[in-house]
Write a protein that binds this ligand. Structure first.
Ligand code: ATP
Length: 881
């Protein structure tokens, strides 16, 4: 397949990624709409605020043209309860001069003649009973003189809105003075107008009643009206767009940005910045130029200043808006440090500064795998020439790495692994690159360095270095599938991450089709040889394949047909237009397989490709993978032993960072399985041709067959029921098998046997054995102790993983060397080792000595724990158990 390269490839990739991004925006319509419409929403909001302010202004005659102002009557004295925040009980007014009976009459008349509301207790508060009010409520209060009033006001604040002080000058002149509580108290955003509400009504009532009293005409009409001046309409004092516009427009501009901010704190910080800029800080005289320059590097600040300049140009109706030709000028009579033109330049300049910084930080901040580039990576010429500079580091910028201890490479225990290692070492020494080998791995090691992170409160968090891969030597052949198996944490992902350049290696190297993973230029060639596996929920299967085919550099006219063929191969043609987000788990896996194989990659890495698939589809995908082996190497990681068994040409099982075994499935089964599995089926009760009384005889036959296996092969059944017996025959009895099964077949009728099946143990058993062996080794290396509770009731402390253990203090006449047991180990649900049982006690072979001290014997006698002695397995013959 011909692939594009160089600039045409770059252009093709750019176009397809742009298309992908537009498609994703189109598909995520809600989020995109929200981003597009949010500015319109804010504009609508500011429009609504402007209308509301105008409507509010219309209520005031100041903003209306008044040609013939109406006469407005003065209102009656209002109840004291109408005063904002009055304290109860309260008085409608208080007065002084109560030593003069004339003033009593005048006050009584003021109260009686208050228009619409004579001041009587019963009438003053609607809805309340007269009797209770007469008793409880006094409406006005009298004092001797104004000094008494002042004293009362001082000790009873907020109990009345005003006071009136009468004075008789002579028989025809009565004067009065008014005192009003004009403290401005706000209620629901409004201030009380004490002049109109309290002072004028009281003044009018006092004048009216004094005049009537002095003239002696109680019907004398005495009215005062108020009129405002005729005036033209006053323009509104400010434009809401001009006043609050800058914050709104800035909010509009920042909305999409804020949407992407997950942190509320950041959002709050940004809002704080807006408020500061809105007030003109630091673009004022008092701030130094340096401060202004630093401030201007943050684009929202310059942008907000631009809005400030623009809005001040339309603040009042008298202002002239800013013309395009005036963008380089300051407003007249204004100090201005930045014109709109300057702001354009700042915004454009800072765009490039931040763009470059974004790329820089993207490179030096650790990715999901904890890998980043050096902070001076851009100084490496190779970075610019495309021939290097891709070298990566681990750990955060603010963490210091703890150097990893040097890991000694120990020779593998397994002969096949040793042989593989020798072949690869030989090729390395001779500089031979085998033409049939796709990947050569030379002692690949990976130690994740420990880190010391300085967290909050200056606390140091320390993690120890961890050796995840301890020297891997292996070849992956072309046209073959190599399956990497291993329990969780074995190091499989680490090995693959090293091969694909995601994680930097600590030691060793690997050649993929001759390109070294340690050389930056090699790595960029390797990336072109490897398949992808990324899915976007909003893209359909077809779009995924077309996108990756384009990125891989397939010629544009072949992309559609290649994508359709791939979809057909993984049986996704019908769902090709459906978005991947709606695919089932199995469909997603099939799409991943198709993506991994598109563009004819020379190395395909498949990570658990059939997880979640139904058996029919799984078989189909296995066929696809089987067919895909041709012309490439495939590395498969899986936890399905069936998949590994069927697909693999070679299998490697890893545990604790090391390759524990390697070979074909049959080879591993024969070497690491417990042996052969023999399944013996018996005729049922009704079908036995030879038996008359079925079940009882069948049970007899089963016992006879068990005895036959015990006598000839020394094995007991592993599983049994009415119709079957299953035996596991160890490998060391292999040479007995031929005669044994010939005889069994010969005596089939005699034993009531309907079928005999003989097979190797399963790959799963091999896997479990290897995993267990690795756990035992690591437990031994750790040397931690556990307590073995013997069936005899004694407790012995033994090192974790120990197989043969001598029990001190058991020396006797029958066994002068003492007794020992074989400990059986198993793995719990988490994979950790646990004791599953032990053999019967047997005498320790001669030549091995246990410590024999009176203290140990005493411990045993008192039922206390003694320390078991580990016995070298090579000194123990299995026959003794
Ligand atoms: N970035 C890292 N830093 C420190 N230790 C890590 C890091 N990545 C992996 N490890 C450790 O390395 C060991 C091997 O991990 P790895 O992911 O390679 O195992 P695996 O065989 O792929 O397991 P699984 O089957 O669970 O995917 C694990 O003990 C893991 O905790």
């Amino acid at each position: 397949m011909e692939l594009r390269s160089g600039f045409p490839l770059f252009l093709q990739q750019f176009k397809s990624l742009l298309k992908k991004n537009l498609l994703l925006s189109w598909r995520n319509k809600r989020a995109t709409l929200l981003q597009i419409l949010s500015p319109l929403f804010f504009i609508f909001l500011i429009f609504a605020i402007d209308r509301a302010i105008r409507a509010n202004n219309l209520a005031s005659s100041v903003y209306k043209s008044v040609k013939d102002p109406p006469a407005i009557p003065i209102s009656p004295i209002t109840p004291c309860e109408d005063k904002f925040f009055i304290k109860r009980p309260c008085y409608d007014f208080v007065w002084s001069g109560d030593d003069n009976p004339k003033f009593h009459t005048i006050v009584q008349r003021i109260m009686d003649n208050n228009p619409g509301r004579p001041i009587h207790p019963a009438a003053s508060i609607p809805g309340e009973s007269v009797s209770s009010l007469l008793l409880e409520k006094e409406m006005v209060k009298s004092f001797k003189d104004k000094f008494e009033v002042d004293a009362w006001l001082l000790s009873n604040p907020l109990r009345c809105p005003g006071a009136i002080h009468f004075r008789e000058r002579n028989n025809t002149v009565i004067s009065y003075g008014l005192q009003t509580n004009s403290t401005a108290v706000q209620k629901r955003g409004r201030y009380e107008d004490s002049t109109n509400k309290f002072q004028l009504p009281l003044q009018l009532a006092a004048e009216r009643e004094i005049a009537r009293y002095l003239i002696g005409d109680s019907n004398l009409s005495w009215n005062v009206f108020l009129k405002e001046f005729a005036h033209p309409a006053k323009p509104p004092p400010f434009s809401s767009v001009g006043l609050i516009g800058p914050s709104f427009f800035l909010a509009i501009a920042m909305f999409n940005f804020v949407l992407q901010m997950s942190s509320l704190v950041t959002e709050k910080e940004l809002k704080l910045r807006q408020i500061v800029v809105e007030a003109g800080v630091p673009y004022l005289l008092d701030f130094s130029k340096t401060f202004r320059i630093i401030w201007s590097f943050f684009p929202p600040n310059t942008f907000a200043q631009a809005l400030q300049v623009l809005s001040s140009a339309v603040q009042t109706p008298e202002d002239h808006a800013l013309r395009w030709s005036d963008r380089g000028k300051c407003a007249p009579y204004d100090f201005c440090y930045l014109t709109i033109n300057d702001i354009y330049k700042w915004l454009l300049g800072t765009f490039f500064v931040w763009f470059v910084l974004a790329i820089y930080f993207d490179n030096i901040i650790p990715n999901a795998c904890g890998v980043r580039k050096s902070i001076f990576y851009f100084l490496h010429p190779g970075y610019w020439l495309g021939k290097g500079g891709q070298k990566v580091k681990e750990g955060g910028i603010c963490s210091c790495l703890i150097s990893a201890p040097h890991e000694e490479h120990s020779l593998p225990d397994d002969e096949d692994v040793r042989q593989e290692e020798n072949i690869v070492k030989h090729q390395l020494a001779e500089g031979v690159v085998d033409a049939n080998v796709a990947v050569q791995i030379y002692g690949l090691s990976k130690t994740y360095p420990g880190t010391m992170n300085i967290g909050c409160c200056c606390k140091c968090k320390r993690t120890r270095p961890y050796s995840a891969l301890k020297g891997l030597w292996v070849n992956f052949a072309k046209d073959q599938l190599f399956c990497l198996l291993g329990p969780n944490g074995a190091g499989k992902t680490t090995a693959i991450s090293c091969l694909t350049g995601i994680t930097p290696v600590t030691n060793g190297d690997a050649l993929i089709y001759g390109h070294s993973i340690r050389s930056p230029s090699g790595m960029s060639s390797i990336r072109k040889l490897i398949g992808f596996d990324i899915l976007w929920d909003a893209l359909s299967g077809e779009e995924h394949l077309e996108l990756f085919a384009t990125i891989k550099g397939l010629s544009p006219n072949s992309i559609k047909s290649v994508a359709q063929t791939s979809l057909g191969e993984v049986r996704l043609t019908e769902a090709s237009k459906v978005r991947a987000g709606s695919y089932s788990g199995g469909m997603k896996r099939r799409l991943s397989v198709a993506i991994a194989l598109i563009g004819d990659p020379k190395l395909v890495i498949l990570d658990e490709p059939t997880t979640g698939m139904d058996p029919i589809t799984r078989r189909h995908v296995w066929d696809i993978i089987e067919n895909a082996k041709k012309g490439r190497a495939i590395i498969l990681t899986t936890h399905s032993m069936e998949e590994a068994d069927i697909l693999s040409d070679r299998i490697g099982i890893m545990a604790k960072g090391r390759l524990r075994c390697i070979g074909t499935s049959i080879r591993l089964k024969s070497r690491f399985g417990s042996g052969f599995i023999a399944n013996i089926s018996f005729y049922g009760v009704d079908h036995s041709p030879a038996l008359a009384d079925g079940y009882a005889v069948s049970a007899t036959h089963r016992e006879a067959v068990k005895q036959f296996f015990k006598n000839r092969l020394n094995v007991k059944p592993k599983e049994e029921n009415n119709k079957f017996l299953t035996f596991v025959i160890p490998h060391d009895r292999e040479e007995l098998l031929m005669n044994f099964f010939s005889e069994l077949q010969y005596r089939e009728v005699e034993f009531g046997i309907s079928d005999i099946q003989l097979g190797l143990t399963t790959l799963e058993e091999v896997f479990l054995n290897i995993a267990k062996q690795a756990e035992l080794e690591s437990a031994e290396a750790e040397g931690s102790l556990v307590t073995l509770s013997l069936t005899s009731g004694e407790s012995v402390e033994i090192p974790k993983g120990a197989r043969f253990v001598g029990i001190p203090g058991t020396q006797s006449a029958e066994s002068p060397t003492g007794y020992m047991v074989e400990v059986y180990w198993d793995q719990d649900d988490t994979g950790a080792l646990c004791i599953s049982g032990h053999s019967q006690k047997v005498p320790i072979p001669s030549g091995i000595e246990l410590p024999s001290s009176p203290a140990t014997r005493n411990h045993r006698r008192l039922g206390q724990i003694v320390h078991g002695v580990v016995i070298d397995p090579s000194l123990v013959s299995e026959v003794i158990f």
